[in-house]
Ligand binder design. Structure first.
Ligand SMILES: NC(=O)C1=CN([C@@H]2O[C@H](COP(=O)(O)OP(=O)(O)OC[C@H]3O[C@@H](n4cnc5c(N)ncnc54)[C@H](OP(=O)(O)O)[C@@H]3O)[C@@H](O)[C@H]2O)C=CC1
Ligand SMILES: CC(=O)N[C@@H](CCC(=O)OP(=O)(O)O)C(=O)O
Length: 310
């Protein structure tokens, strides 16, 4: 006996990966609408109300519309992969390691984190909570994503233009991920965010460079690594790399799907300056993998069932 999960937006980039993971899942089965009905409001309303779980893999406006289609008396529990509800009242932020697994387990409305915020919040939230980094610090995050991060439109653009070697964007400094980064990392100020896209299908590096010597909390790089390591010690998804002597980090053009995340802390001699770097798959822990992890916790199944964790 498997538990049905309706995927609204199953034909999209994130939706397809969720269907793939749920098809291989021992306890869930994906429910999708056929091509003729996948945007039909009546068919979607029925599927949204008649299944115990629904995952929204839609643009923000369509995700809000989907939530409005759910009858207030319906028992359907929702995971929204869009950015529509990540700082909204009544929604639980779907980052089990940071928010707490119990909060996800009992939630009826879960907002999946954005891919870039997943890396940033994973690095910064535990260190701010431990008062190693000041909550009022002017944080910067530099990040690189595979082009699937922009959904079908950006995939088409990159695949039609193989000459693009790098695209930096967010140049108006008002990226839609700023509110969730500030809120869920527990910061007093908005983050300065510099995202770029490279010609690899999937993959992501999110980096927070820090002048530790200028902070009143006066931490050292090794202390940050130790604190992160302790914080994630019970996670089978997030892994903190110890004693890091890696000279470079690469994004592969043809990487396989991956639902884990690695956190790395590099420091100069003396540990006065640091580069905190999260390595993840924008479509894995940054989207579909996180959605499955949240569904597993909500349904009481093993947290990593059907996840690609190594
Ligand atoms: N790609 C990523 O790495 C990540 C994406 N997300 C979020 O997940 C959501 C989906 O993104 P992504 O999969 O990349 O986007 P895509 O553009 O690849 O897919 C979106 C899908 O939604 C469908 N759709 C649009 N409007 C409706 C509607 N009214 N009813 C039913 N279906 C509709 C689209 O249909 P059609 O095929 O006809 O266009 C498309 O299939 C977005 O909110 C995105 O921000 C979150 C984290 C990471
Ligand atoms: C490369 C690229 O375009 N990335 C997307 C974010 C992808 C993601 O995290 O999705 P959400 O917006 O739902 O959070 C962007 O910058 O808007």
């Amino acid at each position: 006996m498997t538990t049905p999960v309706f995927i609204d937006g199953a034909a999209g980039t994130t939706g397809l990966e969720i269907v793939e993971r749920l098809t291989a899942h021992p306890h869930f089965e994906p429910v999708v609408l056929d091509e003729a009905r996948r945007k039909d409001a009546h068919a979607r309303r029925e599927a949204l109300n008649d299944n115990p779980f629904a995952v929204l893999c839609l643009p923000d406006d369509a995700a809000r519309e989907a939530v409005a289609l759910v009858d207030p008396a319906s028992t359907t529990r929702i995971v929204d992969a869009s950015s529509a509800h990540r700082v909204a009242d009544g929604w639980t932020y779907g980052f089990p390691e940071v928010i707490g697994r119990a909060s996800i387990a009992e939630a009826t409305r879960v907002a999946n984190p954005g891919c870039y915020p997943t890396g940033f919040i994973a690095l910064v939230a535990p260190l701010v909570r431990a008062e190693l980094l000041p909550a009022d610090w002017p944080f910067t995050v530099n990040a690189v994503s595979g082009y699937s991060g922009g959904g079908k439109a950006l995939i088409e653009r990159f695949e039609a233009n193989p000459g693009i070697a790098l695209r930096t964007y967010g140049l108006t400094l008002d990226h839609k991920h700023l509110p969730e980064m500030q809120r869920h990392a527990g910061l007093e100020h908005s983050v300065l965010f510099a995202p770029s896209v490279v010609p690899a299908f999937r993959g992501m590096l999110a980096e927070v460079p820090l002048h530790l010597g200028a902070m009143r909390t006066d931490p050292r790089a090794y202390a940050l690594r130790d604190a992160l390591s302790e914080f994630y010690s019970d996670s089978d998804v997030v892994h903190v790399v110890q004693e890091d002597d890696t000279a470079e980090l690469l994004i592969d053009r043809d990487a396989a799907p991956w639902d884990g995340m690695e956190l790395r802390v590099f420091g100069n001699e003396g540990g006065w300056n640091a580069r905190l770097i999260a390595v993840l798959d924008n479509l894995g822990k940054g989207a579909s993998g996180a959605a499955i992890q949240n569904l597993n916790l909500m349904a009481g199944f093993p947290e990593t069932a059907s996840l690609h964790v190594r």
